[in-house]
Design a protein around this ligand. Structure first.
Ligand code: ADP
Length: 198
């Protein structure tokens, strides 16, 4: 049976990780978060981690070749699940084209793209809350969770990822969800979009 392929997109701090976990479990998808995989590699000090760290800590994208390799092996490894949910990938046109080519070889395609729409001022206040929470719980905040780096991540999002959102919109694959609501409400809206389509 052909696997389903869904992409979750949104600016940094939009809540992709939270929603992705809920979607993956409700729809029996394999959740692939390139950000999580990269952070794990950084903490392991692996070769990949060492190469990725400098880019990540300044809010830049890591070179596409690094993430594409990761994704290709996850797809090839296969899974008993119904499909894949990509979170944080693709992030530019190049990555999207490579993904589409990989799927074409399997007679599969990108089925739908969910876009979490959140205004910029909300993103900044969420990151502030995340930093404060890390301070009060004395846990380690994400290295790129600070106001200046968020600005850089947002710039990269606007420059590289926003055009991809428009590209998917023009291909009638984009479903926009208001991400400025409580997580449970966002998830209800996502389900309304997904039911009957995947
Ligand atoms: P966010 O969406 O909040 O920026 P992520 O966890 O998705 O967080 O990504 C964190 C960082 O990991 C990015 O700023 C980037 O450096 C790197 N990264 C993640 N996914 C990709 C990707 N597909 N291509 C290039 N870099 C990536």
């Amino acid at each position: 049976m052909a696997k389903r392929h869904c992409i979750l997109m949104g600016p940094p701090g939009a809540g992709k990780g939270t929603q992705a976990a809920m979607i993956a479990s409700a729809y029996d998808f394999e959740h692939i978060s390139t950000g999580d995989v990269l952070r794990r590699e950084v903490s392991k000090c692996s070769d990949l981690g060492k190469r990725a760290k400098t880019f990540m800590n300044r809010g830049d994208l890591v070179p596409s070749s690094l993430v594409i390799e990761m994704i290709a092996s996850r797809i090839d490894d296969g899974t008993g699940k119904k499909g894949f949910l990509y979170d944080g990938f693709p992030r530019n046109r190049e990555q999207a084209e490579v993904l589409e080519e990989m799927l074409q070889k399997r007679n599969e395609t990108i089925d739908m793209v969910l876009y979490l729409d959140v205004p910029e001022e909300v993103l900044f206040s969420r990151i502030e809350t995340r930093i404060k929470l890390a301070q009060t719980t004395k846990s380690e905040p994400r290295a790129d969770d600070c106001e200046e780096i968020l600005e850089a991540r947002l710039e990269v999002f606007k420059r590289d990822t926003q055009p991809l959102v428009i590209f998917f919109k023009n291909n009638n694959k984009l479903y926009t969800i208001d991400g400025d609501q409580k997580p449970e409400v966002v998830f209800e809206d996502i389900k309304k979009m997904m039911n009957g389509r995947v």
